[in-house]
Design a protein. Structure first.
Length: 509
Protein backbone atom coordinates (compact mmCIF):
# COMPACT_ATOMS: atom_id res chain seq x y z
CA UNK A 1 0.00 0.00 0.00
CA UNK A 2 1.24 3.51 -0.77
CA UNK A 3 1.93 5.50 2.37
CA UNK A 4 2.50 9.18 3.05
CA UNK A 5 3.59 10.91 6.21
CA UNK A 6 2.81 14.59 6.79
CA UNK A 7 4.82 15.55 9.81
CA UNK A 8 4.37 12.44 11.98
CA UNK A 9 0.87 11.16 11.19
CA UNK A 10 -0.09 8.79 8.38
CA UNK A 11 -3.02 9.72 6.17
CA UNK A 12 -5.39 7.50 4.24
CA UNK A 13 -5.36 7.13 0.47
CA UNK A 14 -8.29 8.04 -1.74
CA UNK A 15 -8.91 6.77 -5.24
CA UNK A 16 -9.65 9.46 -7.85
CA UNK A 17 -11.18 9.39 -11.35
CA UNK A 18 -9.01 6.99 -13.32
CA UNK A 19 -8.06 3.64 -11.84
CA UNK A 20 -4.39 4.44 -12.45
CA UNK A 21 -4.29 7.40 -10.06
CA UNK A 22 -4.41 7.88 -6.29
CA UNK A 23 -4.87 10.99 -4.16
CA UNK A 24 -3.17 11.14 -0.76
CA UNK A 25 -4.25 13.03 2.33
CA UNK A 26 -3.90 16.78 2.00
CA UNK A 27 -1.11 19.09 3.19
CA UNK A 28 -2.48 22.14 4.98
CA UNK A 29 -0.73 25.36 5.96
CA UNK A 30 -1.39 27.43 9.06
CA UNK A 31 -3.04 30.28 7.18
CA UNK A 32 -5.36 27.82 5.46
CA UNK A 33 -6.19 26.09 8.74
CA UNK A 34 -7.15 29.41 10.27
CA UNK A 35 -9.01 30.56 7.13
CA UNK A 36 -6.73 33.55 7.15
CA UNK A 37 -3.89 34.98 5.13
CA UNK A 38 -0.17 34.89 5.75
CA UNK A 39 1.80 38.03 6.48
CA UNK A 40 3.23 39.55 3.28
CA UNK A 41 6.90 38.73 2.85
CA UNK A 42 6.82 35.64 5.05
CA UNK A 43 7.27 32.02 4.03
CA UNK A 44 5.80 28.79 5.29
CA UNK A 45 7.24 25.35 4.54
CA UNK A 46 5.90 21.82 4.94
CA UNK A 47 7.66 18.52 4.30
CA UNK A 48 5.87 15.40 3.06
CA UNK A 49 7.38 11.93 3.08
CA UNK A 50 6.02 8.74 1.61
CA UNK A 51 6.71 5.37 0.03
CA UNK A 52 5.51 4.08 -3.33
CA UNK A 53 5.64 0.30 -3.78
CA UNK A 54 6.17 -1.60 -7.03
CA UNK A 55 2.89 -1.68 -8.91
CA UNK A 56 1.80 1.70 -7.55
CA UNK A 57 -0.61 3.65 -9.81
CA UNK A 58 0.85 5.69 -12.65
CA UNK A 59 0.03 8.98 -10.89
CA UNK A 60 -0.16 9.90 -7.22
CA UNK A 61 -1.50 13.30 -6.20
CA UNK A 62 -0.58 15.17 -3.05
CA UNK A 63 -3.25 17.83 -2.32
CA UNK A 64 -1.95 21.13 -0.95
CA UNK A 65 -4.40 23.53 0.70
CA UNK A 66 -3.24 26.95 -0.48
CA UNK A 67 -4.62 29.94 1.47
CA UNK A 68 -5.32 33.40 0.12
CA UNK A 69 -2.48 35.91 -0.21
CA UNK A 70 0.14 33.54 -1.64
CA UNK A 71 2.57 35.16 -4.08
CA UNK A 72 4.60 32.05 -4.98
CA UNK A 73 4.47 28.31 -4.55
CA UNK A 74 7.72 26.36 -4.65
CA UNK A 75 8.15 22.58 -4.60
CA UNK A 76 11.31 20.51 -4.33
CA UNK A 77 11.68 16.77 -4.00
CA UNK A 78 14.12 13.94 -3.48
CA UNK A 79 13.80 10.17 -3.62
CA UNK A 80 16.04 7.19 -2.94
CA UNK A 81 17.81 5.16 -5.60
CA UNK A 82 18.73 1.81 -4.04
CA UNK A 83 20.76 -0.74 -5.91
CA UNK A 84 18.72 -3.29 -7.86
CA UNK A 85 19.46 -6.73 -9.32
CA UNK A 86 20.73 -6.88 -12.88
CA UNK A 87 17.93 -6.56 -15.40
CA UNK A 88 15.61 -4.84 -12.90
CA UNK A 89 14.50 -1.23 -13.18
CA UNK A 90 15.45 1.19 -10.43
CA UNK A 91 13.60 4.21 -9.09
CA UNK A 92 12.61 7.12 -11.32
CA UNK A 93 10.02 9.63 -10.14
CA UNK A 94 8.47 12.36 -12.29
CA UNK A 95 6.80 15.49 -10.93
CA UNK A 96 4.38 18.25 -11.92
CA UNK A 97 1.51 20.28 -10.47
CA UNK A 98 -2.17 21.12 -10.99
CA UNK A 99 -3.90 24.16 -9.52
CA UNK A 100 -7.25 24.68 -7.81
CA UNK A 101 -9.11 23.61 -10.98
CA UNK A 102 -8.23 20.00 -10.17
CA UNK A 103 -6.69 16.95 -11.78
CA UNK A 104 -9.50 15.77 -14.04
CA UNK A 105 -8.32 14.31 -17.32
CA UNK A 106 -8.11 17.04 -19.93
CA UNK A 107 -5.84 19.30 -17.93
CA UNK A 108 -8.02 22.25 -16.92
CA UNK A 109 -5.91 22.56 -13.77
CA UNK A 110 -2.55 21.87 -15.43
CA UNK A 111 0.20 24.26 -14.34
CA UNK A 112 3.34 22.39 -15.33
CA UNK A 113 5.36 19.23 -15.64
CA UNK A 114 9.09 18.62 -15.58
CA UNK A 115 9.09 14.84 -15.50
CA UNK A 116 12.39 13.79 -13.98
CA UNK A 117 14.36 16.70 -15.44
CA UNK A 118 14.28 18.96 -12.34
CA UNK A 119 14.36 18.58 -8.59
CA UNK A 120 12.47 21.79 -7.85
CA UNK A 121 10.16 24.36 -9.43
CA UNK A 122 8.26 27.53 -8.60
CA UNK A 123 5.19 29.31 -9.93
CA UNK A 124 4.10 32.92 -9.49
CA UNK A 125 2.13 35.40 -11.56
CA UNK A 126 5.07 36.92 -13.42
CA UNK A 127 7.40 33.94 -13.80
CA UNK A 128 7.78 30.18 -13.45
CA UNK A 129 10.39 27.48 -13.78
CA UNK A 130 10.73 26.23 -17.39
CA UNK A 131 8.11 23.56 -17.90
CA UNK A 132 5.57 25.43 -15.74
CA UNK A 133 3.01 28.12 -16.50
CA UNK A 134 3.26 31.51 -14.80
CA UNK A 135 0.07 32.88 -13.35
CA UNK A 136 -1.56 33.86 -10.04
CA UNK A 137 -1.41 31.40 -7.16
CA UNK A 138 -5.09 31.38 -6.27
CA UNK A 139 -6.45 29.98 -3.02
CA UNK A 140 -7.80 26.44 -3.09
CA UNK A 141 -6.57 22.87 -3.30
CA UNK A 142 -3.53 22.45 -5.51
CA UNK A 143 -2.12 19.02 -6.37
CA UNK A 144 1.52 18.02 -6.63
CA UNK A 145 1.53 15.21 -9.20
CA UNK A 146 4.00 12.37 -8.77
CA UNK A 147 4.60 9.93 -11.60
CA UNK A 148 6.48 6.78 -10.53
CA UNK A 149 7.97 5.99 -13.94
CA UNK A 150 9.79 2.94 -12.57
CA UNK A 151 9.93 1.59 -9.02
CA UNK A 152 12.64 -0.64 -7.54
CA UNK A 153 11.68 -3.91 -5.80
CA UNK A 154 12.46 -2.20 -2.45
CA UNK A 155 9.94 0.56 -3.17
CA UNK A 156 10.47 4.27 -3.69
CA UNK A 157 10.88 6.57 -0.70
CA UNK A 158 10.30 10.24 -1.50
CA UNK A 159 10.24 13.58 0.28
CA UNK A 160 8.46 16.71 -0.90
CA UNK A 161 9.19 20.18 0.42
CA UNK A 162 6.48 22.74 -0.28
CA UNK A 163 7.10 26.43 0.40
CA UNK A 164 4.53 29.22 0.16
CA UNK A 165 5.63 32.83 -0.04
CA UNK A 166 3.00 35.41 0.93
CA UNK A 167 2.62 38.83 -0.62
CA UNK A 168 1.13 40.77 -3.50
CA UNK A 169 1.22 38.90 -6.83
CA UNK A 170 3.45 40.17 -9.58
CA UNK A 171 2.14 41.47 -12.88
CA UNK A 172 0.91 38.57 -15.05
CA UNK A 173 2.83 38.03 -18.28
CA UNK A 174 1.04 38.28 -21.61
CA UNK A 175 2.10 35.45 -23.94
CA UNK A 176 3.37 36.28 -27.42
CA UNK A 177 3.51 33.50 -30.00
CA UNK A 178 5.46 33.09 -33.26
CA UNK A 179 3.63 33.83 -36.54
CA UNK A 180 2.12 30.96 -38.52
CA UNK A 181 3.94 31.93 -41.72
CA UNK A 182 7.42 32.84 -42.89
CA UNK A 183 8.50 34.47 -46.15
CA UNK A 184 8.86 31.26 -48.12
CA UNK A 185 9.66 30.62 -51.79
CA UNK A 186 6.20 29.75 -53.07
CA UNK A 187 5.71 26.09 -54.04
CA UNK A 188 9.00 24.45 -53.18
CA UNK A 189 10.71 21.79 -51.09
CA UNK A 190 11.08 22.92 -47.47
CA UNK A 191 13.20 21.24 -44.82
CA UNK A 192 12.08 20.74 -41.25
CA UNK A 193 12.65 19.02 -37.92
CA UNK A 194 9.42 18.53 -35.98
CA UNK A 195 10.63 16.70 -32.86
CA UNK A 196 12.84 18.89 -30.65
CA UNK A 197 13.23 19.37 -26.91
CA UNK A 198 14.19 22.56 -25.11
CA UNK A 199 14.91 23.32 -21.46
CA UNK A 200 11.14 23.64 -21.04
CA UNK A 201 11.12 19.84 -20.60
CA UNK A 202 14.13 17.51 -20.44
CA UNK A 203 16.23 19.29 -23.07
CA UNK A 204 19.20 21.44 -22.20
CA UNK A 205 19.00 24.02 -24.97
CA UNK A 206 17.20 27.34 -24.99
CA UNK A 207 14.85 28.24 -27.85
CA UNK A 208 17.53 30.65 -29.10
CA UNK A 209 20.12 27.88 -29.23
CA UNK A 210 17.75 25.52 -31.02
CA UNK A 211 16.77 28.15 -33.58
CA UNK A 212 20.44 28.89 -34.32
CA UNK A 213 21.17 25.19 -34.80
CA UNK A 214 18.10 24.83 -37.02
CA UNK A 215 19.30 27.61 -39.29
CA UNK A 216 22.79 26.09 -39.42
CA UNK A 217 21.24 22.75 -40.40
CA UNK A 218 19.51 24.40 -43.37
CA UNK A 219 16.01 24.04 -41.94
CA UNK A 220 13.06 26.13 -43.04
CA UNK A 221 10.72 25.06 -40.24
CA UNK A 222 10.72 23.42 -36.83
CA UNK A 223 8.07 22.27 -34.34
CA UNK A 224 8.41 22.59 -30.57
CA UNK A 225 7.64 19.27 -28.87
CA UNK A 226 8.48 19.37 -25.19
CA UNK A 227 7.29 16.46 -23.08
CA UNK A 228 3.81 16.88 -21.56
CA UNK A 229 3.85 20.66 -21.39
CA UNK A 230 3.11 23.60 -23.65
CA UNK A 231 5.00 26.05 -21.45
CA UNK A 232 7.54 26.83 -24.19
CA UNK A 233 4.92 28.17 -26.61
CA UNK A 234 5.26 31.74 -25.37
CA UNK A 235 9.07 31.71 -25.67
CA UNK A 236 9.59 31.13 -29.40
CA UNK A 237 8.30 34.35 -30.95
CA UNK A 238 11.59 36.24 -30.96
CA UNK A 239 13.35 33.28 -32.63
CA UNK A 240 11.07 33.13 -35.67
CA UNK A 241 11.85 35.09 -38.82
CA UNK A 242 11.38 35.27 -42.56
CA UNK A 243 13.81 32.37 -42.88
CA UNK A 244 12.41 30.11 -40.16
CA UNK A 245 8.83 29.04 -39.47
CA UNK A 246 8.34 27.91 -35.87
CA UNK A 247 5.32 25.71 -35.23
CA UNK A 248 4.09 24.86 -31.76
CA UNK A 249 3.26 21.46 -30.34
CA UNK A 250 3.94 18.91 -27.63
CA UNK A 251 5.27 15.37 -27.26
CA UNK A 252 2.48 13.58 -25.44
CA UNK A 253 4.48 11.06 -23.41
CA UNK A 254 2.19 8.29 -22.14
CA UNK A 255 3.09 4.95 -20.58
CA UNK A 256 2.21 3.21 -23.87
CA UNK A 257 4.05 5.37 -26.38
CA UNK A 258 4.82 8.94 -27.40
CA UNK A 259 3.04 11.05 -30.00
CA UNK A 260 4.03 14.42 -31.43
CA UNK A 261 1.27 17.03 -31.70
CA UNK A 262 2.60 18.89 -34.74
CA UNK A 263 1.58 22.48 -35.32
CA UNK A 264 -1.25 22.97 -32.86
CA UNK A 265 -2.77 26.34 -32.05
CA UNK A 266 -0.67 28.38 -29.58
CA UNK A 267 -1.38 27.51 -25.97
CA UNK A 268 -2.80 24.04 -26.71
CA UNK A 269 -2.18 21.50 -23.94
CA UNK A 270 -2.80 17.79 -24.56
CA UNK A 271 -3.09 15.41 -21.61
CA UNK A 272 -0.95 12.29 -21.38
CA UNK A 273 -2.31 10.51 -18.28
CA UNK A 274 -3.74 7.33 -19.81
CA UNK A 275 -2.73 4.00 -21.28
CA UNK A 276 -3.98 2.19 -24.37
CA UNK A 277 -6.26 0.00 -22.24
CA UNK A 278 -8.07 3.12 -21.00
CA UNK A 279 -9.46 3.76 -24.51
CA UNK A 280 -8.92 7.51 -24.24
CA UNK A 281 -6.36 8.30 -26.90
CA UNK A 282 -9.01 8.95 -29.55
CA UNK A 283 -10.37 11.81 -27.48
CA UNK A 284 -6.99 13.54 -27.39
CA UNK A 285 -6.18 12.81 -31.02
CA UNK A 286 -9.40 14.64 -31.87
CA UNK A 287 -8.29 17.49 -29.63
CA UNK A 288 -5.02 17.76 -31.58
CA UNK A 289 -6.92 17.86 -34.87
CA UNK A 290 -9.41 20.40 -33.53
CA UNK A 291 -6.46 22.59 -32.53
CA UNK A 292 -5.15 22.47 -36.10
CA UNK A 293 -2.38 19.96 -35.45
CA UNK A 294 -1.20 16.66 -36.88
CA UNK A 295 -1.01 13.40 -34.93
CA UNK A 296 2.41 11.78 -35.42
CA UNK A 297 3.34 8.68 -33.35
CA UNK A 298 7.03 9.03 -32.46
CA UNK A 299 9.74 6.33 -32.51
CA UNK A 300 7.05 3.60 -32.46
CA UNK A 301 9.49 0.75 -31.87
CA UNK A 302 11.84 2.42 -29.39
CA UNK A 303 12.94 0.13 -26.57
CA UNK A 304 12.87 2.54 -23.60
CA UNK A 305 10.24 1.94 -20.91
CA UNK A 306 6.86 3.26 -22.08
CA UNK A 307 8.21 4.37 -25.48
CA UNK A 308 6.82 1.73 -27.87
CA UNK A 309 3.60 2.82 -29.59
CA UNK A 310 0.55 0.73 -28.58
CA UNK A 311 -2.45 2.91 -29.52
CA UNK A 312 -2.72 1.92 -33.17
CA UNK A 313 -2.57 4.25 -36.15
CA UNK A 314 -6.23 4.92 -36.87
CA UNK A 315 -5.99 8.58 -35.83
CA UNK A 316 -2.45 9.22 -37.09
CA UNK A 317 -1.61 11.65 -39.90
CA UNK A 318 1.98 10.44 -40.31
CA UNK A 319 4.43 8.24 -38.41
CA UNK A 320 8.00 8.91 -37.38
CA UNK A 321 9.99 5.98 -38.80
CA UNK A 322 13.43 7.61 -38.40
CA UNK A 323 14.28 9.19 -35.07
CA UNK A 324 17.74 10.67 -34.57
CA UNK A 325 20.83 8.77 -35.75
CA UNK A 326 19.65 5.66 -37.60
CA UNK A 327 19.46 2.61 -35.29
CA UNK A 328 17.98 -0.92 -35.36
CA UNK A 329 14.65 0.24 -33.87
CA UNK A 330 14.32 2.63 -36.82
CA UNK A 331 14.87 -0.32 -39.16
CA UNK A 332 12.01 -2.13 -37.43
CA UNK A 333 9.81 0.97 -37.65
CA UNK A 334 10.59 1.29 -41.36
CA UNK A 335 9.66 -2.35 -42.06
CA UNK A 336 6.45 -2.09 -40.02
CA UNK A 337 5.44 1.09 -41.86
CA UNK A 338 6.15 -0.48 -45.25
CA UNK A 339 3.79 -3.32 -44.35
CA UNK A 340 0.94 -0.81 -43.96
CA UNK A 341 1.32 0.45 -47.52
CA UNK A 342 -0.06 -2.70 -49.13
CA UNK A 343 -3.52 -1.90 -47.76
CA UNK A 344 -3.35 1.46 -49.52
CA UNK A 345 -2.83 0.42 -53.12
CA UNK A 346 -6.44 1.02 -54.15
CA UNK A 347 -7.79 4.39 -55.22
CA UNK A 348 -9.24 6.55 -52.49
CA UNK A 349 -7.61 4.51 -49.77
CA UNK A 350 -5.82 6.55 -47.15
CA UNK A 351 -2.22 5.71 -46.38
CA UNK A 352 0.15 6.76 -43.62
CA UNK A 353 3.12 8.88 -44.69
CA UNK A 354 6.51 8.46 -43.06
CA UNK A 355 8.65 11.24 -41.65
CA UNK A 356 11.90 11.64 -39.72
CA UNK A 357 13.05 13.99 -36.96
CA UNK A 358 16.07 14.46 -34.75
CA UNK A 359 14.49 14.22 -31.26
CA UNK A 360 17.46 16.35 -30.20
CA UNK A 361 17.73 17.17 -26.49
CA UNK A 362 21.20 18.46 -25.73
CA UNK A 363 24.78 18.59 -26.98
CA UNK A 364 25.98 16.68 -28.89
CA UNK A 365 22.54 15.77 -30.33
CA UNK A 366 22.45 17.31 -33.83
CA UNK A 367 19.38 19.28 -34.85
CA UNK A 368 18.13 18.35 -38.33
CA UNK A 369 19.53 14.79 -38.32
CA UNK A 370 17.37 13.57 -39.89
CA UNK A 371 15.08 16.15 -41.45
CA UNK A 372 11.85 15.86 -43.41
CA UNK A 373 11.81 17.62 -46.79
CA UNK A 374 8.25 18.46 -47.82
CA UNK A 375 6.78 19.88 -51.03
CA UNK A 376 4.50 22.72 -49.90
CA UNK A 377 2.77 25.63 -51.58
CA UNK A 378 4.39 28.08 -49.18
CA UNK A 379 6.19 28.31 -45.87
CA UNK A 380 3.11 28.43 -43.66
CA UNK A 381 1.83 26.14 -40.95
CA UNK A 382 -1.14 25.02 -43.04
CA UNK A 383 0.87 24.44 -46.23
CA UNK A 384 3.58 22.44 -44.47
CA UNK A 385 0.97 20.32 -42.70
CA UNK A 386 -0.87 19.71 -45.96
CA UNK A 387 2.33 18.48 -47.61
CA UNK A 388 3.16 16.20 -44.69
CA UNK A 389 -0.36 14.80 -44.54
CA UNK A 390 -0.30 14.09 -48.28
CA UNK A 391 3.08 12.34 -48.05
CA UNK A 392 4.73 14.73 -50.50
CA UNK A 393 7.98 14.36 -48.60
CA UNK A 394 11.20 12.51 -48.11
CA UNK A 395 13.58 12.13 -45.17
CA UNK A 396 17.24 13.13 -45.47
CA UNK A 397 20.13 12.76 -43.07
CA UNK A 398 21.28 16.35 -43.63
CA UNK A 399 20.86 19.49 -45.71
CA UNK A 400 23.44 18.10 -48.15
CA UNK A 401 21.07 15.37 -49.35
CA UNK A 402 18.73 16.23 -52.22
CA UNK A 403 16.42 13.75 -53.91
CA UNK A 404 14.12 13.84 -56.94
CA UNK A 405 11.92 10.76 -57.42
CA UNK A 406 9.36 10.33 -60.23
CA UNK A 407 7.43 7.70 -62.15
CA UNK A 408 6.58 8.26 -65.82
CA UNK A 409 4.11 6.38 -68.03
CA UNK A 410 4.38 5.58 -71.73
CA UNK A 411 2.51 8.71 -72.82
CA UNK A 412 4.41 11.07 -70.58
CA UNK A 413 2.11 10.81 -67.56
CA UNK A 414 4.11 11.58 -64.46
CA UNK A 415 3.72 11.31 -60.68
CA UNK A 416 6.01 12.35 -57.85
CA UNK A 417 6.49 11.41 -54.23
CA UNK A 418 3.20 10.78 -52.46
CA UNK A 419 1.21 10.77 -55.71
CA UNK A 420 -0.42 8.11 -57.92
CA UNK A 421 0.47 7.42 -61.54
CA UNK A 422 -2.91 6.46 -63.03
CA UNK A 423 -2.13 4.19 -65.94
CA UNK A 424 -3.28 0.72 -67.02
CA UNK A 425 -1.86 -2.30 -65.25
CA UNK A 426 0.33 -3.36 -68.19
CA UNK A 427 1.67 0.11 -68.97
CA UNK A 428 5.47 0.35 -68.97
CA UNK A 429 6.57 2.74 -66.22
CA UNK A 430 9.98 4.33 -65.78
CA UNK A 431 10.97 5.04 -62.19
CA UNK A 432 13.76 7.60 -61.93
CA UNK A 433 15.73 8.79 -58.92
CA UNK A 434 18.20 11.65 -58.99
CA UNK A 435 20.23 12.29 -55.86
CA UNK A 436 23.11 14.40 -54.62
CA UNK A 437 24.99 14.58 -51.34
CA UNK A 438 25.06 10.78 -50.99
CA UNK A 439 28.61 9.58 -51.78
CA UNK A 440 29.01 5.81 -52.18
CA UNK A 441 25.39 5.23 -51.21
CA UNK A 442 23.36 2.40 -52.71
CA UNK A 443 19.86 3.04 -54.07
CA UNK A 444 17.12 0.49 -53.37
CA UNK A 445 13.67 0.53 -54.94
CA UNK A 446 11.16 -1.10 -52.61
CA UNK A 447 7.71 -2.28 -53.73
CA UNK A 448 4.82 -4.22 -52.26
CA UNK A 449 6.81 -7.35 -53.16
CA UNK A 450 9.98 -6.14 -51.50
CA UNK A 451 13.31 -4.81 -52.78
CA UNK A 452 13.29 -5.23 -56.57
CA UNK A 453 16.33 -3.14 -57.47
CA UNK A 454 19.61 -2.49 -55.70
CA UNK A 455 22.02 -0.20 -57.52
CA UNK A 456 25.77 -0.13 -57.54
CA UNK A 457 27.24 2.44 -55.14
CA UNK A 458 26.93 5.99 -56.37
CA UNK A 459 30.13 7.90 -57.19
CA UNK A 460 32.29 9.42 -54.47
CA UNK A 461 31.17 12.81 -55.75
CA UNK A 462 27.78 11.92 -54.25
CA UNK A 463 25.51 12.53 -57.25
CA UNK A 464 23.84 10.04 -59.53
CA UNK A 465 20.79 8.84 -61.40
CA UNK A 466 19.12 5.44 -61.13
CA UNK A 467 16.28 4.26 -63.42
CA UNK A 468 14.13 1.17 -63.35
CA UNK A 469 11.44 -0.20 -65.64
CA UNK A 470 8.30 -1.83 -64.25
CA UNK A 471 4.52 -2.00 -64.63
CA UNK A 472 1.68 -1.37 -62.15
CA UNK A 473 0.74 -5.04 -62.19
CA UNK A 474 4.26 -5.89 -61.02
CA UNK A 475 4.70 -3.06 -58.49
CA UNK A 476 1.71 -1.49 -56.79
CA UNK A 477 3.96 1.18 -55.34
CA UNK A 478 7.62 2.11 -55.41
CA UNK A 479 9.59 3.94 -52.78
CA UNK A 480 13.30 4.67 -52.62
CA UNK A 481 15.95 4.14 -49.97
CA UNK A 482 19.50 5.45 -50.15
CA UNK A 483 21.80 3.42 -47.93
CA UNK A 484 25.35 3.91 -46.74
CA UNK A 485 27.91 1.22 -47.37
CA UNK A 486 28.15 -1.54 -44.80
CA UNK A 487 30.76 -4.17 -44.02
CA UNK A 488 28.20 -6.63 -42.66
CA UNK A 489 27.38 -8.51 -45.85
CA UNK A 490 23.64 -8.66 -46.54
CA UNK A 491 22.73 -6.33 -43.68
CA UNK A 492 21.61 -2.99 -45.18
CA UNK A 493 23.56 0.11 -44.29
CA UNK A 494 22.13 3.04 -42.37
CA UNK A 495 19.81 5.31 -44.27
CA UNK A 496 21.00 8.47 -45.98
CA UNK A 497 17.53 9.19 -47.37
CA UNK A 498 14.07 7.67 -47.59
CA UNK A 499 11.13 8.66 -49.79
CA UNK A 500 7.44 8.19 -49.35
CA UNK A 501 5.96 5.97 -52.09
CA UNK A 502 4.65 6.65 -55.55
CA UNK A 503 1.56 4.51 -56.18
CA UNK A 504 1.26 2.92 -59.63
CA UNK A 505 -1.87 2.08 -61.62
CA UNK A 506 -5.48 3.14 -61.80
CA UNK A 507 -6.22 0.67 -58.94
CA UNK A 508 -9.29 -0.90 -60.65
CA UNK A 509 -8.07 -4.40 -59.99
Amino acid sequence: MCQDTHGIGRRALFVTGAAAALTLGSVSFAAADGQGQGTPGTQETKAVRGTLPPGCPDFVYVPVEVPAGVREIKVSYTYDRPGVPAGTTGNALDIGIFDQHGTELGGKGFRGWSGGARTEFFIRADDATPGYLPGPVHAGTWYVALGPYTVAPQGLNYELTITLTYGEPGTPVRPVYPPSRAKGRGRDWYRGDCHLHSWYSDGRRTPAEIAALARAAGLDFINSSDHNTHSSHAHWADQAGDDLLIMLGEEITTRNGHVVALGTDPGTFVDWRYRARDNRFGRFARQIHKAGGLVVPAHPHATCVGCAWKFGFGEADAVEVWNGPYTPDDEVALAAWDATLVASVLDNKEWLPAMGNSDAHRDPDPVGVPQTVVLADDLTREAIQEGLRAGRSYVAESKNVKVSFTATGGRGEQAGIGERLKVAADTPVTVRLEASGVPRCTVRFVTDEGVLLTSDPLPVAGSGVVEWQTTPQYAAYVRAELRHETAAGPVPGALAALTNPIFLGSAER
